[in-house]
Design a protein around this ligand. Structure first.
Ligand SMILES: Cc1ncc(C[n+]2csc(CCOP(=O)(O)OP(=O)(O)O)c2C)c(N)n1
Length: 665
């Protein structure tokens, strides 16, 4: 039965708000809002748990619009449900500069937007991360405090993307029963019929991966309602495959290629009004229709909130403090002292301990004090060593803090984003730097959406054993540094590693890439730890008296090479300073005077990094003032490779000497 008041269908309220906004904007994707209007109406008026007057209430259901091009669907729904931020004025300014209804809005919980993604496939992987977060927290705090569903709308496009298949496999394997996906099975993508590019049985892919699958008519509210009820009861993740007609309601375009996003004109809106019997004018929703949308949402939300508040007020003090702390994203007070103890300890160790080993040790410091930290790893547990005593998150025990993602970097990155968007969880995603490219689409989304994810990378240069050039990420540091709102760290030793971790954990709106060498690096910071020097991005590690003849700039494992080169140069009577530069973007925002002081104003400046020169030119004295890689690497033992490519203290000193004696200071 269609829900209707005074002859107005509730789903047509979505249709007409969307049509009017798209006509006014002269662009937008009508296919999704018109094709999924009945599904959305049933989900949001009958099932979805939220409080539009308290949008960020923690135990709300989460909704992901993975086919985010159809964002006008979500704006319409959120207006109809009563989110203040999505007013009718905002809907009228769809896609205009500064509008809350921007197009691909990405993230805005205050407006009822959890995540909607532009790059297809990201959203469903985000939903997977949200579902993991929910069940992990439910296991820890109990179902009275954490008990919500993650719903996702997904189109054909998301399921054609490889990350979609990674997500299907992992969600089925982990048996995430509170994840419910609605597939908009309209058999149309941008190019036209899906038969142009796909012939498999998509629903079957879910079945074989262990999902609960139902196939229904997506325009029949009763079928949608029954399917949601069954999905909520099933302990497996659910796919509701909804047969739909793209752009249903626009006679000229429905069911066809143009339904996806062909331009809508005022005449289309007029015709649709006649066809569907909608007599209200543009952007006008009859009061009764608004109430029929808002009342059930409000009643359900308020009742759930009252139950939740009662349970919250009964929480034991210590547990409540922890629950508040993690929801607010505050770090535990003991973190600072445990990092200080760690630093003091590594400074007295006889053996080197930097590189990925240090990162693993620092991560282990969080085992007791940060229950919100969840580690994901793409099948590299042994070489990255970030498990250390953590329990596995698995189908039969979803309270573990370590999730084996399998060899699925892309979904790992995107689900980490979903975890950060969910909140109360700090995701740490671990793999080799060479494979970060498989995660890159997700990293970019985290940077764009302001999600504080920690991406940890090992094997950061040519020094990786004998795996050869495929595993030697010579250009990737430069490409990560190019990304706005991403902190790329490359620490020199265990002390800097702890500092980098501390800064990354403190972020609220910025993701971090923490890049480590495979091999252990000796401690280069010997002084007692007082301040986190990485905060300024770069600093003078080894000063010199008087005007400098040479400044050597380095990151990561090459800082030691720079220190050795400095010694050689000083033996020849030159005044040399060494600068460690673990995070360029933090350095870039320091006051001019500080940057000038660090970089030095006399003599020559050279950089050393076991990667390509791209990006270094802004700091060094000309194209020759860099020692590093000029192309891909080779197979061989690391020491021989560093020798072969000339990334050595001798070569650096020689180059510096040549430049310094050419350039009068
Ligand atoms: C990764 C990625 N590639 C391409 C696009 C451009 N794009 C936006 S929508 C779309 C077609 C999607 O088809 P479908 O999911 O079936 O959506 P529908 O046609 O039902 O609206 C494409 C190719 C994109 N947004 N993301």
């Amino acid at each position: 039965m269609k829900s209707a008041v005074r002859g107005y269908s509730l789903s047509d309220a979505i249709r007409f708000l969307s049509i009017d906004a798209i006509v006014k904007a002269t662009e937008g994707h009508q296919g999704v809002p018109l094709g999924m209007a009945e599904i959305a109406t049933v989900l949001f008026t009958k099932h979805f748990k939220c409080l539009p007057t308290n949008p960020a209430w923690f135990d709300r259901d989460r909704f992901v619009l993975s086919n985010g091009h159809g964002s006008m669907l979500l704006y319409s729904v959120n207006y109809l449900m009563g989110y203040e931020k999505i007013s009718i004025d905002q809907i009228q300014s769809f896609r205009e500069l500064g509008s809350h209804c921007a197009g691909h809005p990405e993230i805005d919980p205050q407006a009822g937007i959890e995540v909607t993604t532009g790059p297809l496939g990201q959203g469903i992987a985000n939903a997977l991360g949200m579902a993991v977060s929910e069940v992990y927290l439910r296991e820890r705090y109990g179902a009275n405090l954490v008990s919500h569903y993650t719903y996702a709308f997904v189109g054909d496009g998301c399921l054609q993307e490889g990350v979609g298949q990674e997500m299907i496999a992992l969600a089925g394997h982990l048996r995430l029963g509170r994840l419910v996906m609605f597939w908009d099975d309209n058999a149309i993508t941008d190019d036209g019929s899906t038969s142009l590019s796909i012939s498999e049985n998509v629903a079957e892919r879910f079945r074989v991966a262990g999902w609960h699958v139902q196939e229904i008519d997506g325009h029949c509210p009763d079928q949608v309602d029954a399917a949601i009820r069954a999905a909520k009861l099933d302990t497996r993740p659910s796919l509701i495959a909804c047969k739909t007609i793209i752009a249903k309601g626009i006679a000229r375009l429905q069911g066809q290629r143009g339904g996806h996003s062909a331009r809508l004109f005022p005449e289309d809106a007029e015709q649709a009004r006649k066809d569907l019997g909608w007599t209200s004018g543009p952007f006008e929703i009859p009061q009764e229709v608004l109430q029929a949308w808002r009342n059930p949402v409000k009643t359900r939300g308020e009742a759930a909130f009252a139950d939740w508040s009662a349970a919250y007020s009964q929480m034991p003090k210590a547990q409540k403090e922890e629950f508040d702390r993690i929801r607010e994203g505050r770090l535990p007070a003991e973190l600072q002292s445990s990092l200080a103890t760690y630093i003091a300890q590594v400074q007295t160790r006889p053996e080197p301990s930097g590189g990925i080993l240090a990162s693993g040790e620092i991560n282990a410091l969080l085992n007791d004090c940060m229950p919100e930290r969840l580690v994901l790893c793409a099948d590299l547990e042994a070489p990255t060593a970030h498990k250390r005593g953590l329990k596995t998150f698995e189908a039969d025990d979803q309270s573990g803090q370590y999730l084996h993602c399998g060899v699925r970097e892309h979904v790992m990155g995107a689900m980490a984003n979903g975890m950060a968007a969910h909140g109360a969880v700090v995701p740490v995603a671990v793999t080799y730097l060479a494979f970060s490219d498989y995660e890159r689409a997700a990293i970019r989304m985290a940077a764009l959406m302001g999600l504080p994810v920690l991406y940890v990378f090992s094997h950061d240069s040519i020094g990786i054993g004998k795996n050869g050039p495929t595993h030697q990420p010579v250009e990737i540091l430069a490409s990560l540094r190019a990304m706005p709102n991403l902190l790329t760290f490359r620490p020199a030793d265990a002390v800097e590693a702890a500092e980098c971790w501390q800064i990354a954990l403190e972020q609220r709106r910025t993701p971090s890439a923490l890049v480590f060498s495979r091999h252990h690096c000796p401690v280069v910071r010997r002084e007692a730890w007082q301040t986190n020097r990485v905060r300024q991005g770069a600093y003078v590690l080894k000063p010199c008296l008087g005007d400098r003849d040479v400044t050597l700039l380095a990151t990561g494992s090459e800082v030691q090479i720079a220190l050795n080169a400095a010694e050689l140069l000083e033996g020849k009577g030159l005044r040399v300073a060494v600068v460690s530069m673990p995070c360029w973007s933090l350095f870039e925002v320091q006051p001019d005077a500080y940057r000038r002081e660090v970089l030095g104003q006399t003599g020559v400046r050279l950089g050393v990094e076991a990667a390509v020169q791209f990006g270094w030119d802004r700091y060094v004295s000309g194209p020759d003032a860099f020692v590093g890689m000029t192309g891909f690497g080779l197979s061989g033992p690391p020491e021989q490779l560093f020798e072969h490519f000339g990334i050595t203290a001798e070569r650096l000193a020689e180059r510096a000497l040549r430049l310094a004696t050419k350039t009068p200071s």
